[in-house]
Ligand binder design. Structure first.
Ligand code: 8X3
Length: 247
């Protein structure tokens, strides 16, 4: 018998997901890491320690979610981190396929994982769902519409979940970061490293570990304490588009 609890982290092959898996492992959780890139996932899992497991997961595919959740087994914490932005195009030239993919990962993926694991989280007697959102869930900005719409939707989902499961032994937390230096911008700009680097130019952005720290804070509060929303920005950032750059 063990009183160690299991935490599932999606999108755990890099960035905030990887940092969160490492941090929760350090906090004493058995972590189950999910992502599509299994090679990188296995490397992150190894860094988490011997009790970590890595399982392939595509949150846009229900069959993949089902197989992952069955293999993951009982769990007490779900960190819905898989997601991201694609492009910074105005609505006038919106790309259907990019919008669809943003919706599939950020919104539908979060719904699929939460729906699948909610019975296990309730059965744990002390469950916790953490959503990794964004400042983009609070502040719309030009070029952000597809990502804003997805993150606003996830925020609505989170608030509904909190109300619907009130009375169950499950906490619901949303952590909404601003600029975090990860692969986020590289993915957003189709691998354009120069454009991605410009996002963080002259700024001290958050790191993935800073966000993992906030997630760990929420998860390690006493069970009766529910941190509802944490908006976390770098000191150099005062809003989605208000950034102080040193030249
Ligand atoms: C990332 C923050 O401002 O680029 O979630 O949308 S932003």
């Amino acid at each position: 018998m063990t009183d160690r609890r299991t935490a599932v982290v999606t999108g755990a092959s890099s960035g905030i997901g990887a940092a969160t898996a490492r941090r929760l492992a350090a906090e004493g959780f058995d972590v189950v890491l999910g992502a599509r890139r299994v090679d990188r996932l296995a490397e992150v899992a190894e860094a988490c320690g011997p009790s970590a497991r890595s399982l392939v997961l595509d949150v846009t595919d229900q069959a993949s979610v089902d197989a992952f959740c069955e293999a993951a087994g009982p769990c007490a914490v779900l960190v819905n981190n898989a997601g991201g932005a694609l492009g910074l195009d105005p609505i006038a030239t919106a790309d259907d396929e990019r919008w669809q993919r943003m919706y599939d990962t950020n919104v539908m993926g979060t719904m699929r994982m939460t729906r699948a694991l909610l019975p296990a989280l309730i059965a744990s007697g002390d469950g916790h769902v953490v959503m990794v959102g964004s400042i983009a869930a609070h502040e719309p900005y030009p070029g952000g519409a597809g990502y804003n719409a997805a993150k606003f939707a996830t925020r609505a989902f989170t608030q509904v979940l909190r109300q619907e499961i009130l009375g169950e032994p499950v906490r619901v937390t949303e952590v909404d970061p601003g600029m975090v230096e990860t692969e986020f911008s590289l993915v957003r700009f189709d691998g354009d490293a120069e454009r991605a680097a410009a996002v963080y130019e002259g700024v001290t952005p958050l790191t993935a570990d800073d966000v993992a720290d906030c997630i760990a804070f929420a998860v390690t509060r006493p069970s009766h304490v529910n941190i509802d929303t944490l908006v976390v920005l770098a000191r150099d950032q005062a809003g989605a588009r208000q950034v102080h750059r040193r030249t």
